[in-house]
Design a protein around this ligand. Structure first.
Ligand SMILES: Nc1ncnc2c1ncn2[C@@H]1O[C@H](COP(=O)(O)OP(=O)(O)OP(=O)(O)O)[C@@H](O)[C@H]1O
Ligand SMILES: [Mg+2]
Length: 525
């Protein structure tokens, strides 16, 4: 096979020989003055251009002094792993943490070719071992790898404008597809640490109203495809969701389903483990793009619900006077406050830092009590979409029945449907009943268990409602009696008298109380 890389070595001419010497004896430059060296370089290049019509582009693993690997190099690596390893004769196997099988890539000094729009290009992987005078315990880590792309100069435009773009886009997509999804958690001392994210939830098994589900899926799709749109409207490529609803309605399951649908990493941010606003910023800047940042039970995480209101109120409090008198106490209090994440710090992050760091991120808050949250936290713009996760409806039940019992229809569904409408049962409770308790229990037995549980829940709810209304009535009565007693005390009459008066007048208005505190009933005779 004719390969230009090899052709280079086969030049028997003086030019080839000179070029060969340059490559084989790179130290020759040390013995030649710089002016002559530059002249020689130019001459060699001119001659090479005449006889060697190929263009070479080098993509290094590390660019300049940067410690991080070049994104371009990694994208090419992924591209070549998928497209070239089948044609490569020498492969390199790398064991990747949390991956079950080793990942194969082109071995060092290996070459492969491919066709792009009927143009042939050659890729080669190369390794440069830098000469080092210092002793290193890990000499291998100093190897510098790079990819070489070779093509005929007639195709320069096609390769530089289309092919490289194609390789990078495809390479990034392949890398994203093949990566191990991660679940990050934060801890006070180490920042983020991660484990593989292996939650099996998906939108197919998520029980909820199908229309609502479709709407969420479309929203996510639109978000992932919206890079240009977000750039056009000048908005950071981020989206905020608020999931709210009673415990066991599937909020956490929904986040897992979203992460699996998008193939995003998940950052589970525990606000109570964040020391202060500065630490919060640091953690959030460290999150990568294509990720979901979730803050569960935001109402319980911190006093994010009303810190601003409370602070304002505190200014007028007597407590402050006490602190002013005791500076030590004040200092301790200030320290305690500054060692916490505050609502304003949090909001600043969402509006400011959040917008500045790398895009394609989703932030999700969950809460059981949406009404308790500070409106500033969940206003439009910060939280783009609110999703209510509610009690199990019949449509959601059908999905659970399919997941757990492998049935799409059953005569007992007719009994279950109205019961679900009359009771508030969470999907978590429904699934509990749909799971066979023993080997003898078949689908029908599970459905009967569910019917019993629904009936019991309905009975319980009725009993509770009755008790509540009785308690309310009792409370109202007690309030009325104590009000009458209070009034009697103030007016000096007996409670019975007040009651009688009250019954006649229907209550005494404040204006009708004389200066000496005696109530004058306004009775029309
Ligand atoms: N909508 C649902 N679809 C499928 N399974 C569900 C759904 N809701 C709850 N479940 C089941 O119930 C379990 C608990 O649900 P999940 O943890 O998602 O509830 P939650 O709303 O996050 O509750 P909490 O408010 O207590 O955090 C899940 O593991 C899942 O098996
Ligand atoms: Mg949850």
């Amino acid at each position: 096979m004719f390969v230009p890389g090899e052709m280079f070595a086969s030049f028997g001419s003086a030019i080839g020989g000179l070029a060969f010497i340059c490559v084989m004896f790179p130290r020759w430059q040390q013995y030649v003055p710089p002016q002559i060296r530059a002249l020689l370089d130019r001459g060699v290049n001119k001659l090479m251009n005449l006889f060697y019509p190929y263009v070479l582009i080098v993509f290094s693993e590390f660019e300049g002094d940067r410690l991080a690997r070049s994104e371009t190099y990694m994208a090419i690596q992924s591209y070549l792993k998928e497209h070239a390893t089948s044609r490569s004769r020498r492969l390199k196997a790398e064991t990747v943490k949390h991956s079950q099988s080793p990942i194969l890539s082109m071995g060092d000094n290996e070459e492969v070719s491919e066709m792009f729009e009927e143009v042939k290009v050659w890729w080669a992987s190369r390794k440069r071992v830098p000469r080092s005078t210092s002793l290193s315990l890990y000499p291998m880590t100093e190897d510098r790898r790079y990819y070489r792309l070779l093509f005929h100069r007639r195709h320069r435009e096609l390769i530089t404008e289309s092919y490289i773009k194609h390789v990078l886009t495809e390479g990034k997509a392949i890398a994203h597809r093949n990566r191990v999804q991660k679940l990050y958690t934060n801890n006070p001392s180490k920042g983020w640490s991660y484990a593989p994210f292996e939650h099996p939830a998906n939108f197919e098994t998520l029980a909820m109203d199908p229309n609502k589900k479709r709407e969420i899926i479309n929203d996510l799709k639109k978000f992932t495809e919206g890079k240009e749109y977000y750039a056009k409207i000048g908005k950071p490529w981020k989206r905020g969701y608020l999931l709210y609803g009673p415990p066991g309605t599937g909020k956490s399951t929904m986040i897992a389903a979203m992460a699996n649908f998008l193939n995003y990493d998940v950052y589970d941010l525990e606000l109570t483990a964040v020391k202060d606003n500065t630490m919060l910023k640091k953690l959030l800047i460290e999150t990568s793009s294509k990720s979901i940042i979730m803050i569960e039970d935001i109402d319980c995480s911190l006093d994010l619900t009303g810190q601003r209101k409370k602070k304002k109120k505190e200014d007028d409090d007597d407590e402050d006077d006490e602190e002013n008198a005791n500076p030590a106490k004040k200092l301790v209090k200030e320290e305690q406050t500054s060692s916490k994440v505050t609502l304003s710090g949090f909001l600043n992050f969402i509006d400011g830092i959040w917008s500045a760091c790398r895009g394609e991120k989703i932030i999700i808050f969950t809460t059981n009590h949406v009404d308790k949250l500070d409106p500033a936290l969940i206003r439009r713009g910060r939280m783009d979409k609110r999703i209510e996760m509610s009690y199990c409806c019949f449509e959601a039940f059908k999905i659970l029945a399919k997941n757990y019992l492998d049935i799409e229809d059953h005569p007992l569904f007719e009994t279950i449907s109205p019961l679900l409408g009359e009771t508030n049962m969470t999907p978590a409770d429904v699934t509990e009943n749909l799971m066979p308790k023993s080997d003898d229990e078949d689908a029908e037995a599970c459905l009967r268990n569910l019917i019993e549980a629904l009936k019991a829940a309905k009975k319980e709810a009725r009993k509770k409602a009755k008790e509540e209304s009785r308690a309310k009535a009792k409370e109202g009565k007690e309030k009325k009696v104590s009000g009458e007693k209070e009034e009697a005390k103030e007016s000096g009459t007996s409670a019975e008298e007040v009651k009688e008066n009250g019954d006649i007048s229907g209550g005494v208005a404040a204006e009708e109380v004389t200066e000496d505190g005696v109530a004058v009933p306004d009775v029309e005779v």
